[in-house]
Design a protein around this ligand. Structure first.
Ligand SMILES: Cc1ncc(COP(=O)(O)O)c(C=O)c1O
Length: 373
């Protein structure tokens, strides 16, 4: 049986080549040129202090710089607890007394980050798209609203609403902190402007249970405003090269496989061109249709998560046609298209590993469904 087209928002599709390499590494690592006994074992059973894992780990860090474009001035960290733990770690570590933490509120994940910051100290929401159910990225407010802040936080891609910053804003001297969970590595995006970034790995980078964080060295020097538990300090993990405690060794290996797969496809530039094409094809169907309606406004549209609702004379009719669309899509081999409850309708998550052929198949299905609806 052929594989279904996997539109899951996360944990999400991984390249087939990566799944196969990973399966082999679960049986026996067999790293080229590695004569250590550990190399004859599974990734799941070797010490994180072994020379063999050291090679995997350092290779993964190099790939983060080389392929994702994380500047060498930033420390790369492999953490746990998901992006959600970063919502609290960021204000705990980087808030300076007397300087508010500023946030741009573009959806559920931004709100969760804001809630953690508010619980910990002075927090300002300097722009929000809440009034229109987060269907756009608000314009960057004047610098006077956030200059001098402890940091300015944005969510670069809003997984639930399908909106994305076209490029990283220029925050001047204010540290720019970015939740990149759902679009890291998806194309050129001005990552060098990010002072501190974080991403749960389970969309564009690998399996769940691994969080990538990167922090510019000077921000690491900041004295936290209050006591921060050891495991929640970035300096703990930076000083020990992410080996203060046992890291997600399996996740780090898969991440390195994913980044090598990306590198072989032209890195973020090559992948970005394909991602742009994939998303454009679906938006073209939405914009040319009287049945489908894109949630995100032009100029703010995500290349990773494309959201739409279906038209109907009233709520019950809209619900019925959406249910029929999803049932027929499932029967045709498209899985994970149901939209998040905050928006309703449908969502196609088309991360880096999602093949263009799957987008072509979806587009054809959508046209045919509209024709016969
Ligand atoms: C943009 C964004 N931020 C944060 C999260 C939460 O990530 P985690 O489940 O790794 O805590 C998600 C999860 O989907 C997300 O899409």
């Amino acid at each position: 049986m052929s594989r279904p087209w996997n539109f899951s928002a996360g944990p999400a599709i991984l390249p087939l080549e990566v799944l196969e390499r990973t399966a082999a590494s679960v049986r026996e690592l067999a790293l080229p040129g590695d004569t250590a006994l550990e190399s004859k074992l599974s990734i799941l059973e070797i010490s994180h202090r072994s020379k063999t894992f050291d090679r995997i780990h350092n290779g993964a860090i190099d790939l983060c710089h080389e392929v994702l474009g994380i500047p060498r001035s930033h420390k790369v960290l492999f953490l746990q607890g998901g992006a959600s733990t970063q919502f609290a770690m960021v204000p705990m570590n980087f808030r300076v007394a007397g300087k508010p933490a500023c946030y741009i509120e573009t959806g559920v994940w931004a709100k969760k980050a804001i809630a953690e910051s508010k619980a910990l100290g002075e927090t300002k929401v300097v722009a929000s798209s809440a009034a229109t159910n987060h269907d756009h990225i608000p314009a960057l407010p004047p610098a006077s609203s956030w200059a001098g802040a402890s940091y300015l936080h944005i969510t670069s891609n809003n997984t639930i609403y399908g909106t994305e910053w076209e490029t990283m804003p220029d925050a001047g001297d204010t540290p720019l902190v970015v939740d990149l969970s759902s679009n890291i590595g998806s194309g050129p995006m001005g990552i060098e402007r990010v002072t501190m970034g974080y991403a749960g790995a389970q969309k564009n980078l690998g399996p769940s249970g691994l969080t990538l964080a990167f922090v510019r060295e000077d921000l690491l020097q900041r004295e936290p405003a209050a006591y921060v538990p050891t495991m929640l300090r970035y300096t703990t993990h930076a000083a020990e090269d992410s080996l203060y405690n046992t890291p997600n060794t399996f996740g780090i290996l898969v991440l390195s496989h994913v980044l090598e797969w990306m590198r072989d496809r032209g890195g973020v530039a090559g992948i970005g061109a394909i991602n742009g094409r994939k998303a454009d094809k679906i938006y073209a169907v939405l914009d040319g249709s009287s049945l489908y309606r894109a949630h995100a406004k032009a100029g703010s549209r995500s290349r990773m998560n494309v959201n739409w609702t279906l038209a109907g004379s009233d709520e019950a009719a809209r619900e019925a046609v959406t249910k029929r669309f999803l049932a027929q899509a499932e029967a045709a081999g498209f899985c994970g298209l149901k939209g998040h409850r905050s928006v309703g309708g449908c969502r196609a998550s088309i991360y880096n590993a999602f093949p263009e052929a799957g987008v072509d198949a979806l587009v054809e299905f959508m046209r045919e469904f509209e024709r016969t609806a």
